[in-house]
Design a protein around this ligand. Sequence first.
Ligand SMILES: [Fe+2]
Length: 421
Amino acid sequence: MTYYRALGELPSKRHILFSTADGRQTYEEFIGEEGFSSTGSLLYHTGIPASLVDSRPWDIGVLGTSVNRPLLPHHYRLHELFPEHGAGKDAVRDRRLVLGNADVRIAYVVCDTPSPLYSNAIGDEVVFIESGSATLESVFGAVQVRQGDNVVIPRVTIHRWVPNQDDGPLRLYCVEGSGHVTPPAKYRSKFGQYLEGSPLTERDFRGPEEILLAAPDEADRDTEVYVKHRSSDGVTGSVVTYDHHPFDVVGWDGQLYPYAFNYRDFAPVTGQIIQPPPTYQVLEGQGYVICNFVPRLLETHPLAVKVPYFHSNVDSDEVMFYFAGETAAREGSGIRDGSVSLHPAGYTHGPGAKVYVDSVKHTESKETAFMVDTFRPLELAADAAGSEDPKYPWTWAGRGPLTPQQTTQQAPQQAAAGAPA
Ligand SMILES: [Fe+2]
């Protein structure tokens, strides 16, 4: 994050002996990015943060991916991956990989059960809440999160997800980076403050409000933490055990901590003609950017096209996640709540022809989507293949694909005569 917070009991200076008001000795831990040379926080534990007593492998699940060849757009209906609506599942161990590359992995999970303690040592996570609500508990304290939140969790933060049982299953769209995630530089002053005109400002971000300590009967027990960590070919996992519960932080301060903001708090910029997608950027990662598309008043020019014009992503693969009803730009394509579309570089995409023309009449958009644009190509995960809509690539032309015979032998007039739908 870009600004300073402090919670709980702290010593007057850094790096000095410190006991709490009731006499407990504390042990200082620095969680800092880029060695000791960038954003960080100082945490004051009553236990020894390094007190390991065990470690064993964690089999994370199906991580295989394949190249998007032959080149095609793709559509996944993620709800189909969890037909039981997440009964008995948790937000950490039951994620299913959808798309990935060396910079970022996109996974999906539906759950209703508290997760184990978890730490992602590969990179920062941005978890978008499609539905439901939860408490994100961490060594920094608790953050209440709800539908429509973008939840940013820094690398190595020990945390767990506790779904709110009264709010239906918790549906999470998980963007796991290999590096750090930051607010876009274009919105901030050279000192980090959000600028006038930024669509988000500090008031929109919710961080931990109170220190969170383990219950007395859990505090001194051996406690497991599931850790996702680096391997030579990407991702692997271990379950490490400490001789106490890691929620023993009596105070912390700094600029590194988990936080959340809701897409409803994003103030869209509109104009006489449509604004390009970067107008909706909310975060930037290493090798990708994230945008929130939000309801807005539409453009005022009498002939303004009010859905995104056709575009070829010269330098990126584009992944849209649709989560709250209206999907005007791809109306008629089969896209619905819980859908993901992948529009890769090397292929032009946009709205259907009728949608493009009819959009001129509209005055307001309720369209919502969460977008990830990656600069390296995304590969297709085997674990999501069962949710793919095979008709999607042909929804603009209304027919296809060609038979092998047509592909190799057809003359132009034969192609015009029609191919199987
Ligand atoms: Fe696009």
